[in-house]
Design a protein around this ligand. Structure first.
Ligand SMILES: Nc1ncnc2c1ncn2[C@@H]1O[C@H](COP(=O)(O)OP(=O)(O)OP(=O)(O)O)[C@@H](O)[C@H]1O
Length: 208
């Protein structure tokens, strides 16, 4: 589960945000909608503990996530949070498989080849595991990102515009996969987007 209360963040005195409170319990989904520039990515980065709010609270898996030391924050993120970025960030010199296994490495976990291969089968890119990520289509890269976010069985999955670069067919597929995979590990799934196609796919919604 993840929740936030009274979150405020400023990039500068002109660029200040005060975000609505959010709650997403285990196995639940939440869609955060907002037009470009409304602060969706900023909120997602706050929830992912990548930036620190000026004030407010974040609770992840029933533990306070604000006020921790940098090491505790990194541990909290690695253990509990799977992030799918707006544009996938891969290490271009590594194979698809090694990019997925990197999640385990960064969380100080044993590299789980069996799980990586299982996820690749379930997400439909098993035949691409030995390739470099640049050789994959955008839809395939998005599915690799999903696999990577699931490698450490996170408590919370945070997805930033996971469908904005996808056609209708791939949009539908990616959302179904995200929901199915997060449900199978009992995670909370939080998606931020301006993609109105997702409006009917989520019952819990917050507007920025
Ligand atoms: N590092 C930064 N420094 C200063 N301003 C920033 C920074 N990052 C974002 N902003 C500004 O904060 C505002 C919100 O940005 P953010 O990326 O959170 O919006 P968004 O709703 O995700 O937009 P989009 O849908 O276009 O990705 C924008 O006006 C942006 O220019």
């Amino acid at each position: 589960m993840i929740s936030s209360k009274n979150l405020r963040f400023a990039y500068s005195s002109q660029k200040k945000f005060s975000f609505p409170d959010i709650t997403c319990k285990d196995k639940e989904t939440l869609l955060i909608l907002g037009q470009s520039g409304k602060g969706k990515t900023t909120l997602l980065h706050l929830l992912a503990l990548l930036i620190t709010p000026d004030s407010g609270e974040i609770v992840i898996a029933n533990n306070p996530a604000i006020g921790l030391s940098p090491i505790q924050t990194t541990e909290m993120r690695a253990k509990n949070i799977g992030i799918i970025y707006q544009r996938p960030h891969f290490v271009s010199s590594l194979s698809v498989l090694d990019n997925i296994l990197l999640s385990n490495y960064l969380a100080n976990q044993k590299q789980d080849h069996t799980k990586a291969k299982q996820l690749a089968e379930q997400l439909g890119f098993a035949e691409h595991l030995a390739k470099k990520t640049a050789q994959l289509s955008q839809g395939e890269q998005q599915r690799v990102s999903i696999a990577r976010s699931l490698m450490n069985n996170p408590n919370v999955i945070l997805a930033d515009e996971p469908t904005s670069n996808l056609d209708d067919n791939n949009c539908q597929k990616v959302i179904e996969l995200l929901k199915k995979q997060s449900a199978s590990i009992g995670a909370s799934l939080v998606v931020v987007t301006h993609d109105r196609r997702l409006k009917d796919e989520f019952s819990n919604q917050v507007f920025l």
